[in-house]
Design a binder for this molecule. Structure first.
Ligand SMILES: NC(=O)c1ccc[n+]([C@@H]2O[C@H](COP(=O)([O-])OP(=O)(O)OC[C@H]3O[C@@H](n4cnc5c(N)ncnc54)[C@H](O)[C@@H]3O)[C@@H](O)[C@H]2O)c1
Length: 437
């Protein structure tokens, strides 16, 4: 085990349901002072897109109202940053953006900030290859810490991009962040779902021990037309890029994973069953070694002995994903269905073979994670609820990142073994598997 890893508590923090207030019911944040925020990255996670419900600027606008001042947007794509500012200045949120400056790099912003009041928070939504290491150019957290000590950081998942062989670097970043006592939250937003918190509450109230987690994530691939998503050298594959949310949810309930126990299999592009008929991109332009698996199925042991499993599929058409996550304890089955769209929690408990269903309409975990982050930066104390909480700390997110990579690497090892065995059995096949060329 690497020396930089802290021992995390077995029970991950949960949150007072009173802190998961819907956006249209949120009470105005007290105070009048400007709340200066810097956005790093002017892309989809920050300003929204057709791809999903994420849009951090929109949530911050609702949380902070007229107090929000976006001090700067940092993005090498200046035109994209200017165009989103223009759009915002044409809307009712103009007061937050009318003085926003645009910089190509964080260094340029730092230089322009001499003798100026520091921002309250950085929101990092640039591609993951620019963060999560101690190496220049890929060390945005370290730059913020050096030039803006004490300023809070909200950073998107995944925390970095390097493989398991580079994992110590990520844990070093984590150690430096925690020793500096920097307030840092990572965008594993599913932890903030009301349904997920209900599952936590049932486990805590009944003092249950998790025996197994079962996760299933089926992507609607037809809707994914970003070529980079299909290229492992660019987006690091569907487990590290997307399935990582379910790796994190698994750890949120199961605790830490014995990484050496992770095993996995994949169905790949060059197998007959892995052929997809509705791909919108031209996969022949992606090098064969960089094409993504269609199915990845993994199992592992948690440190407490429980067993986790995860099956990720690039299989569905249309646009809605099909995702389910189950937790089993002695006497209980807690099944979370459709967490991204309309979360439903199906519960079976001792004394009744029938299931009960709880629905959580219009829940917005993106808002809850931003709302709790801002409340912590503001040090909000409220007599009606427990203190705000960061559910996904940087250290915890590093472990979820490690599990995600461990699954990818285990599936690649088993693919290599399979191909080697095939090669030995049929030397003439020469890399052509199951007749697919
Ligand atoms: N939590 C979630 O559900 C969720 C959803 C979407 C995206 N994300 C994460 O957010 C991150 C960004 O994804 P996206 O969809 O917004 O990507 P995007 O491609 O739409 O936007 C990224 C932006 O970052 C800019 N950029 C590139 N290099 C930069 C740098 N060095 N400094 C600052 N900006 C830089 C690009 O020009 C681009 O405008 C990824 O890590 C992704 O995994 C998380």
């Amino acid at each position: 085990m690497a020396h930089n890893r802290p021992v995390l508590p077995t029970r991950r923090p949960s949150i007072d349901p009173a802190r998961l207030v819907p956006m249209d019911k949120i009470v105005r944040l007290k105070g009048k002072a400007d709340f200066k925020v810097v956005f790093i990255g002017a892309g989809n996670i920050m300003f929204g897109s057709d791809e999903g419900p994420w849009n951090h600027s929109f949530r911050l606008e609702h949380k902070l109202g007229r107090r929000l001042k976006v001090d700067a947007i940092i993005d090498p794509n200046i035109e994209r940053a200017l165009s989103v500012i223009q759009e915002k200045c044409d809307m009712f949120v103009v007061s937050a953006y009318e003085d926003t400056r645009v910089f190509r790099t964080l260094e340029e912003y730092t230089q322009a900030m001499v003798n100026q009041e520091k921002p309250r928070a950085f929101v990092v939504g640039s591609p993951a290859q620019f963060r999560g290491t101690m190496r220049p150019g890929r060390d945005v957290e370290m730059q913020i810490l050096r030039d803006f000590p004490g300023v809070a950081i909200f950073v998107e998942k995944p925390v970095a991009t390097g493989p398991l062989s580079e994992i110590d670097d990520v844990f070093t970043v984590s150690k430096v962040l925690s020793e500096s006592r920097t307030l840092c939250s990572v965008g594993y937003m599913l932890r903030y779902l009301r349904a997920v918190q209900k599952m936590k509450q049932i486990i805590q109230d009944n003092d249950l021990t998790v025996m197994a987690t079962v996760a299933r994530y089926a992507t609607a691939y037809e809707a994914i037309n970003k070529p980079d998503w299909w290229d492992k050298s660019k987006s690091y594959g569907p487990i590290v890029e997307q399935g990582t949310h379910f790796c994190d949810l698994s750890r949120y309930f199961g605790g830490d994973v014995d990484i050496s126990s992770v095993s996995a299999h994949s169905l790949d592009w060059d197998e007959k069953a892995g052929r997809l008929s509705k791909m919108k991109i031209d996969e022949s332009k992606i090098a064969p070694d960089n094409r993504i698996p269609r199915v990845t199925a993994a199992t592992w042991k948690y440190d407490n002995g429980a067993v986790g499993s995860f099956t990720h599929m690039v299989a569905l058409q249309g646009s809605n994903y099909s995702c389910e996550f189950e937790v089993y304890t002695d006497g209980y089955e807690l099944k979370l269905v459709n967490p991204y769209v309309q979360p439903v929690l199906i519960i079976r408990q001792p004394g009744d073979d029938h299931e009960s269903k709880l629905r959580f309409p219009d829940d917005d975990p993106f808002f809850s994670e931003i709302s709790n982050f801002v409340d912590l930066v503001e040090d909000v104390k409220d007599s009606n609820s427990s203190p705000p909480e960061i559910l996904s700390s940087y250290e915890d997110a590093c472990r979820s990142y490690e599990l995600s990579w461990a699954i990818r690497e285990a599936s690649e090892r088993s693919r290599d073994d399979r191909l080697e065995a095939l090669e030995l059995a049929e030397p003439k096949a020469n890399g052509k598997v199951n007749g697919v060329h």
